[in-house]
Design a protein around this ligand. Structure first.
Ligand code: ZN
Ligand code: ZN
Length: 454
């Protein structure tokens, strides 16, 4: 019985594209007593792997916390796999507002000590004595009350791109740090203020609200289902959004736009921007905000040092990484002195710019007819020339193409000139090694598609 992933992210992305089926990005969690987390984990893996469900899931004696991507056509069957467990009957699934078929490319289910690293000793307080759950409109109403203090229980990189008006946004790198900081800061308000809290999907507040009640706060409230569910109610029930900007999420999208306000800056040039990325240097992987211009100039790296490193031969990069543990982490969530425009701590909701309307709606994106032509082999960054191998059909000058990959994303442009096997040509056929100018960096194994006009 296969109990672990066998496909690479690239292979999975290709299979998803070829299947051309719509997927749903969703999340859910449940606190419950689980006797045998390892057995529970294996059961879930077998059931979900069969449904082509992907995601990052943590299970522990205290419950389950899941972020997933599920084929839309398997959604009902997927729900049944949850309902098979008593504690997940009627569970609310937070379905993302913006969809992306590549939000998760692996099914990873891990057994952990806790489903959220909160650093709390659950034996010392009543974890079931939680704050009152609020729906979006109720949350807005309480937010408008002058006796309310609203606290963002997420981390600096999350609140930087979007948060509620007037929220306290602790300058922390993890949830564990924020609990004592807030407790200390709000010492004098335990009796007579409303403590209103929120996080991404609600799970952090389940525990935090119980902790603060135990600390003596009298009026504790939490946003039910977090910002994800709030955004859904804003969209579907016409509730006014008091959340400004983007909701950061930990999948390949790195954020879901709630309002078109951009409240953050490119960490390198200061221009209004709220697109997170991770440094292309495998030994760094720092999570930071970078605009398209800086991305092109810096080739997706966070510093001149990292920029130099990615141009070293692969063997030397590997040798330099020896002993460093960051290489296999997806993101490093720290800060860097090199980033001049990084903001944290006291954040405003002042709009620096408006986001352009998103044209790449996933439903439209799927409808684009395209055919896989070949794969990326090399990118000559000085001359901005990409090299591809044609494996299917042919490619001609004037063709519109789409280049797609986990780091590259999806980029479209029109071919103006082709060199096939080193010779300037009108078109290229299967087996040809082609090069052409391309304004962004392409990676090994990026897919080259020809877009078919209809
Ligand atoms: Zn910039
Ligand atoms: Zn870096």
């Amino acid at each position: 019985m296969q109990l672990y992933n066998t496909l690479s992210a690239e292979e999975r992305a290709r299979l998803i594209d070829e299947a051309g089926k719509e997927r749903l990005t969703l999340s859910f969690y449940a606190y419950a007593k689980i006797e045998n987390p390892k057995k529970f984990r294996d059961e879930l893996f077998i059931a979900w792997n069969a449904l082509d469900a992907l995601g990052r899931i943590y299970v522990a004696h205290e419950g389950i916390n899941a972020q997933m991507s599920v084929p839309a056509e398997n959604f009902e069957v997927f729900k049944e796999t949850l309902e098979a467990y008593d504690f997940m009957k009627g569970i609310r699934l937070n379905v993302a507002v913006e969809q992306d078929n590549h939000s998760f490319l692996k099914l990873t289910i891990k057994v952990r000590n806790k489903i959220v690293a909160d650093g709390l000793n659950d034996e010392t307080f009543d974890v079931t004595n939680k704050g009152i759950h609020l729906k979006a409109q109720e949350f807005n109403d309480l937010l408008a009350n002058p006796d309310t203090i609203v606290v963002d229980f997420r981390n600096h990189y999350e609140s930087e791109v979007g948060h509620f008006e007037g929220a306290i946004t602790p300058d922390v790198e993890n949830f564990r740090e924020s609990l004592p900081i807030i407790n200390e800061q709000l010492q004098d308000f335990k009796e007579d203020k409303n403590l209103l809290m929120y996080c991404t999907g609600g799970i952090r507040c389940e525990k935090a609200s119980a902790y603060f009640k135990h600390q003596g706060f009298k009026n504790v409230y939490q946003l039910e289902g977090g910002i994800i569910e709030y955004a859904r109610q804003v969209k579907e029930e016409g509730v006014e959004s008091k959340f400004v900007g983007k909701n950061f999420v930990f999948d390949h999208r790195l954020g879901e736009r709630i309002t078109d306000d951009i409240i953050a800056q490119c960490h390198q040039c200061g221009k209004p921007c709220d697109n997170h990325t991770n440094c292309a240097n495998d030994a760094c992987h720092l999570l930071f905000i970078q605009c398209d211009e800086c991305k092109a100039i810096m080739e997706n790296t966070c510093s001149t040092e990292c920029h130099e490193i990615i141009h070293l031969p692969q063997e030397e990069q590997v040798a330099r990484r020896k002993g460093l543990q960051v290489g296999n982490k997806v993101f490093r969530k720290g800060k860097s002195e090199a980033l001049k425009f990084k903001n944290s701590g006291d954040l405003s909701t002042q709009t620096l710019a408006k986001a352009k309307p998103e044209t790449k709606d996933i439903r439209q994106k799927i409808k684009v007819k395209k055919v896989l032509i070949g794969k990326g082999e090399h990118y000559y960054s000085k001359s901005k020339i990409g090299q591809f191998l044609i494996e299917n059909k042919e490619l001609s000058v004037g063709d519109k193409v789409l280049i797609s990959g986990p780091t590259t994303g999806e980029q479209e442009f029109t071919i103006k000139e082709i060199f096939a096997n080193g010779i300037s040509s009108e078109s290229a056929k299967v087996g040809d090694q082609i090069t052409f100018e391309i304004p962004f960096r392409v990676r090994l194994s990026d897919k080259l598609y020809k877009i078919l006009e209809d």
